[in-house]
Design a protein around this ligand. Structure first.
Ligand code: GLY
Length: 288
């Protein structure tokens, strides 16, 4: 102990229970497998060593042979500031992640990304697309928490804002297996994405709340507003899910990117809106 019990299927990033005692672990198995709190995702569980350290997300394009890494990024999974409260699908992210130093980047590529891609090909199931490794990094050593066969959300938002190359030719090269010809250009400035969520999320929440300030936020220099769970009702934009709007700011350094993102956030409002106020703080702490 401690030990981690996970629903083996897809649970929107929420199917993980960190258990400090054997009783908690038994309860976790009961909730996942008998009560099915994550639905069919809990038909099977994974029981794992509890890894400590700092989480980072490492995304790469692969055409099944070449692995082309994206810039590093880091998500903030718990719902409240200072990583308190239950896990969510992600309440904010920044790129680059200072914990992924050049040396750590090399280890991730050599020990994790290349072997995973080669391994899938060797098993006769070559993988093409975005490979996302969720990592725990401790004392400069990366370990894998999970793989996803998709972009990260909200990691994708700061990544695409920093991506200076056009995305479409990269995706075409993935399909045509000529990724070795591609070089991705990244803007050096960091980007920070703040997720604005419905009050109550990740528990029950109401939908259909009228959202104001979207244009004002989009007019803040350096801000890009991504819609995650919105709908149009009588010509007005309303909330339509848990994680609703992702405000992404880019700036000359992390401090400025955080300030830009929150300037955008402050323009947007709906009844019950919730967001973390400390997105990017870990990067600042690491850099100071
Ligand atoms: N941000 C976590 C995920 O996309 O799985």
């Amino acid at each position: 102990m401690p030990i981690v019990v996970k629903a083996d299927g897809l649970a929107a990033g929420k199917g993980v229970m960190v258990c400090s005692t054997l009783d908690e672990a038994h309860d976790a198995v009961t909730r996942i497998m008998e009560e099915r709190v994550f639905g069919e995702a809990g038909a099977r569980v994974v029981i794992e060593e509890c890894l400590t350290g700092e989480e980072a997300s490492f995304l790469a394009f692969t055409d099944g042979k070449t692995v082309l890494p994206m810039a590093s990024s880091q998500d903030h999974k718990p719902i409240f500031d200072n990583d308190q409260g239950p896990n969510t699908g992600g309440m904010g992210a920044y790129s680059p992640a200072p914990v992924v130093t050049e040396a750590v980047h090399r280890k991730i590529m050599e020990r994790i990304m290349f072997p995973a891609v080669r391994g899938m090909a060797a098993e006769g199931r070559p993988y093409k697309g975005v490979l996302y490794a969720g990592l725990m990094i401790k004392d400069g050593e990366p370990k894998v928490l999970e793989f996803n066969a998709r972009f990260g959300d909200p990691e994708a938002q700061p990544l695409v804002v920093r991506m200076a190359s056009d995305l479409i030719p990269i995706l075409e090269a993935v399909i045509a297996e000529r990724l070795h010809q591609i070089d991705i250009q990244w803007r050096p400035e960091p980007a920070v994405c703040v997720v604005m969520a419905s009050g109550g999320y990740p528990g029950p929440y109401e939908k259909g709340k009228l959202i104001s300030g979207l244009d004002e936020a989009a007019n803040v220099p350096g801000v890009v507003v991504f819609h995650a769970a919105t709908a149009l009702k009588n010509g007005k934009v309303v909330t339509d899910g848990g994680r609703v709007i992702n405000v992404t700011g880019i700036g000359k350094d992390v401090r400025e990117a955080i300030a830009v993102a929150y300037q955008g956030v402050k323009k947007i409002y709906w009844e019950g809106v919730h967001y973390r106020t400390d997105i990017g703080k870990k990067a600042l702490d690491r850099l100071s």
